[in-house]
Design a protein around this ligand. Structure first.
Ligand code: PRP
Ligand code: URA
Length: 212
């Protein structure tokens, strides 16, 4: 795949270990859900390195000191329904004050085009750093569409976090939105004729919610 300055592959042995477990078709719903959350937490640690901060005064038992903390009301996370929901708790475990919006998209099974069915965003979203969550970046259609929606609502600082990316999809988002930082834990080989990522992990939504 071509190199893009806005694409970040978070290749970490601990994340690779967890991805290997969720790829396994014998991993059950409970384990799958827990591990997707853990991966999201580890990815959030890396991808929010540039989180907005502010200085506050703290009184230690000995003196008053100026300290740096995460800026209040600065972050929103936006899971793409359904599968993005599996990443929410993991990110909130590090950023408990983040606001959460939801974008509902599903892929038309024939055309693979994303169809929008829901959008509810936090107030003042245009002033926040917005992280879109979707474990699978396949053709890239869903992510491009979600980011388009956020830009229409005035968002200026947008990031995307996906556990597994296909090169085709990562390129599509990187080119459509060069101002958006894309964080992928693993870059897979390609898509199959049905738009599934290979080797991938199957249908992330079905595996998180046990619907198949
Ligand atoms: C899956 C996945 C992504 C999308 C990725 O959702 O969770 O949102 O496909 O594919 P793309 O990059 O080709 O757009 P799906 O449409 O299966 O909906 P679901 O999460 O409700 O199962
Ligand atoms: N959506 C998924 O859940 N899995 C894929 O492999 C592709 C799209």
């Amino acid at each position: 795949m071509k190199e893009y300055p806005n694409v970040h592959i978070l290749d970490h042995p601990l994340i690779r270990h967890k991805v290997a477990i969720i790829r396994d078709k014998n991993t059950n719903t409970k384990q799958f859900r827990e591990i997707i959350g853990e991966i999201a937490m580890l990815m959030a640690y890396e991808s929010f390195k540039d989180v907005p901060t502010q200085e506050i005064e703290v009184e230690t038992p000995l003196e008053i000191t100026t300290q740096t903390v995460v800026k209040e009301n600065s972050i929103a996370i936006i899971p793409i329904l359904r599968a993005g929901l599996g990443m929410v708790e993991g990110v909130l475990s590090l950023f408990p004050a983040a606001k959460v919006g939801h974008i509902g998209l599903y892929r038309d099974e024939e055309t693979l085009e994303p169809r929008e069915y829901y959008c509810k965003l936090p107030i003042n979203i245009e002033r926040k750093v917005v992280m879109v969550l979707d474990p699978m970046l396949a053709t890239g259609g869903s992510s491009v569409s979600a980011i388009n929606m956020l830009k229409k609502h005035g968002c200026k600082k947008i990031k995307l976090m996906s556990v597994i990316g296909a090169p085709e999809g990562v390129e599509k988002v990187a080119e459509a939105h060069p101002d958006v930082d894309i964080y992928v834990s693993t870059l897979d080989r390609c898509l199959n004729e049905n738009g599934y990522i290979l080797p991938g992990l199957g249908d992330a939504g079905d595996r998180i919610f046990g619907t198949k």
